[in-house]
Design a protein around this ligand. Structure first.
Ligand SMILES: Cc1ncc(COP(=O)(O)O)c(C=O)c1O
Length: 684
């Protein structure tokens, strides 16, 4: 006897259901009346579809879901048990078992889904010969009428290729991102997206129950009947229980900060580490210990750093053992003496290997210093003081004097409204700003101001367009201008060395800082011999530039970076985070702007409340023990598991923001601290 081949099922409806909902556990068996639970009611409705050939419930193999088979016994509906977390696999295995041609995906939190709408979408899917059809690609239907249809082969492809847990948990993100397939959106003629009939929170259930009690008197009710009733009786969802705010306490760090401001002007030494920039009165502010990408604040609370990572210094994580060991070893032999440390020669040799266009190196200990040195050397060589600049280059007089001509000159290069006190007026007309990617602007300055030096960041937030960097190089050559690339932030993040080598454009001088010593103070000026030699003809010299920790740390940092290709690792991680942000932004229609180098990933909420939303994100993350704002400097220590956890939390915070927006509430009322200060503004 040969086996009978199982028949294919043209339209298989798979309802995704489980007891363990994180927001509202057990919601699928909440009782609508004495006889019916939410899931039973949903199955009854689905069985009314003309085109669905079979309905199955796909649940988990967890203990608490076992009862579902019995619970649905009286319906023409089978229960499939599959993996709890990998819902994509659950869908794939179920579809394979039932030999589905098309899969209709419904989630159990949509009990009011309209079977006649499902039929319309199935028909549309067939007529359009689409691979994936949904009414959720563009939201014009109520939240709670979510229907997706896709072909088995498309599901199989997603199952085989999806990588992230986000893609696996949410079933269709991989499909929705697949540009090789035909995807169609089914649109409502009237926009109904402001109606909510999904079951996520208890208040949703109150609405659903109210509607059900009235509508159950009908033999059957359609979406239009639900909407009519919602409008007529003004049955809407109450918001109050959703955004419960667990208040953050004022940490001890803030008390210390208040004292600090009395004895240290400005409170600390670096503007971008002031707590007001993150969460006024709540940010932990001081640390006791830092390791990997974890920080213990002064009170001993442990946080994961998804923010500045030392403002880009620690690509290899905090307190990297190999680097610390090398430093400790050097220290034991004396950090400083009457003679020079030989590590500075070794480091210079390594830097010249990384920058084959350069011949000589000077070392310093801060980025601002390195840039000031590069300017002094360049001015000495060109015998022309005038600088055209783009980007941020430190706190020194030569740079801040840009505001002498116009107090807004520096506004678009990082710091707004910088006061001019203390800057010699005589420096007026020595330095002129140009905007990134504006080659004509630069050309004009060169023509009108007799420029001797161009100083710029290779790239900050936006990529060079129309061969911008090459054109700058050409302009510099043509006009005999010294070109200096400031790689203090961009260096070692996208390739081994300066970002300029990634773009194939060499400067005459490059400055490195930040990541060079992985948190230890060391910066470098690397340049061509005939220019660098001018350091001899001017005076550049400092006692602590001869200490040993900096070069030791840099040598070991560069060794490790090269070994593990750290730039590849952090770029990949940043790309993934940006992709997930985009997905979440699309899912909740938040219209976030996502930008920056991949390894310095950034986002912005657009509109006039932008800064409030950013503050809200920080506030909510802090409750979950993440230090996070709207910019992440990635490190090799940000493990995939940590990033996943971060994205999971981001999703929940984004949903809260979406609900706040949806209910037209003012975000200000959801902040338990003042809005974060808006001091840093980078546009280049
Ligand atoms: C491009 C660039 N140059 C220079 C600096 C100044 O470096 P430092 O703060 O070490 O003086 C920075 C700091 O943010 C920077 O991003």
């Amino acid at each position: 006897m040969h086996k009978l081949k199982k028949k294919k099922i043209e339209n298989l409806c798979i309802v995704q259901a489980r007891m363990g909902s994180s927001r509202l556990p057990g919601k699928i068996i909440f009782k609508l009346d004495k006889k019916k639970t939410v899931i039973q009611f949903l199955i009854e409705r689905l069985l009314k579809s003309k085109y669905i050939n079979k309905v199955i419930v796909a649940t988990t193999t967890n203990k608490e879901d076992k009862f579902l088979k019995k619970h649905l016994k009286r319906y023409k509906c089978e229960v499939f048990y599959g993996p709890a977390e990998n819902v994509l696999k659950r869908y794939y295995l179920a579809s394979q078992k039932y030999k589905a041609v098309n899969i209709i995906r419904i989630t159990a939190d949509c009990p009011f889904v309209d079977p006649s709408l499902i039929d319309k979408i199935i028909k549309f899917h067939n007529v359009q010969k689409s691979d994936y059809t949904s009414n959720t690609l563009q939201t014009t239907f109520p939240n709670g009428q979510d229907i997706e249809i896709f072909k088995f082969d498309i599901l199989k492809d997603a199952y085989k290729n999806a990588k992230t847990s986000y893609e696996k948990e949410h079933v269709t993100p991989f499909i929705k991102n697949n540009n090789l397939i035909l995807k169609k959106n089914f649109k409502s003629t009237i926009n109904l997206s402001s109606f909510r009939m999904t079951l996520d929170y208890y208040d949703d259930f109150v609405v659903i129950k109210k509607l059900y009690d009235i509508l159950k008197k009908r033999k059957f009710f359609y979406l239009k009947n639900i909407i009519q009733l919602m409008k007529q009786k003004k049955i809407t969802f109450h918001f109050k229980n959703i955004i419960k705010s667990k208040k953050l306490k004022k940490p001890y760090g803030i008390k210390l900060w208040e004292n600090a401001k009395k004895i240290i002007p400005g409170g600390n030494m670096l503007l971008s580490k002031r707590p007001e920039i993150f969460l006024p009165d709540r940010w932990p502010t001081y640390y006791k210990k830092a390791k990997g990408c974890q920080i213990w604040d002064i009170s001993g609370r442990k946080f994961t750093d998804m923010s500045l990572m030392g403002v880009g210094t620690n690509i290899l994580g905090y307190s990297n053992k190999r680097i610390d060991d090398a430093v400790v070893n050097s220290l034991r032999n004396g950090n400083l003496s009457s003679l020079n440390n030989y590590e500075e020669v070794k480091l210079s040799e390594i830097l010249l290997k990384i920058n084959p266009w350069a011949d000589m190196v000077r070392l310093a200990r801060t980025g601002g210093e390195a840039n000031a040195i590069s300017i002094r050397i360049a001015r000495a060589n060109s015998k022309n003081d005038k600088i055209a600049f783009c980007g941020y280059h430190g706190w020194h007089d030569w740079y801040l004097s840009a505001n002498l001509n116009d107090k807004k000159n520096l506004d678009f290069h990082l710091l707004r409204d910088l006061p001019l006190k203390g800057i010699p007026k005589n420096l007026k007309n020595t330095i002129f700003p140009f905007m990134y990617n504006d080659i004509h602007g630069l050309e004009k300055i060169i023509k009108t101001q007799n420029i001797g030096i161009i100083k710029m960041e290779v790239q900050r937030d936006i990529e060079p367009r129309n061969n911008f960097l090459k054109k700058v190089r050409k302009l510099a050559n043509k006009n005999k201008i010294i070109l200096i690339f400031d790689e203090c932030t961009s260096g070692f993040r996208q390739c081994f060395g300066g970002l300029h080598s990634f773009y194939g454009v060499n400067p005459d001088i490059a400055t490195y800082g930040k990541a060079l010593g992985n948190g230890y103070a060391i910066t470098a000026i690397v340049g061509k011999k005939k220019i660098m030699n001018e350091a001899q003809n001017t005076f550049i010299s400092s006692t602590f530039w001869t200490e040993r920790i900096g070069p030791t740390a840099a040598i070991e940092t560069l060794n490790i970076m090269k070994e593990i290709k750290s730039w590849d690792i952090i770029t990949k991680k940043g790309k993934e985070i940006k992709r997930c942000w985009q997905e979440i932004s699309d899912k909740y229609e938040l219209n976030m702007k996502i930008f920056g180098l991949d390894s310095i990933a950034k986002f912005l909420f657009q509109g006039n409340k932008s800064q409030y939303y950013k503050t809200f994100v920080t506030q909510e993350f802090l409750k979950k023990k993440f230090l996070a704002s709207n910019c992440i400097f990635l490190s090799t220590e940000h493990s995939d598991a940590l990033i996943e956890k971060y994205i999971g939390e981001f999703d929940k915070i984004a949903e809260k923001i979406a609900l706040i927006k949806y209910h037209k509430k003012d975000i200000k009322n959801f902040l338990d601290a003042k809005k974060a200060h808006e001091t840093l503004k980078r546009l280049n």
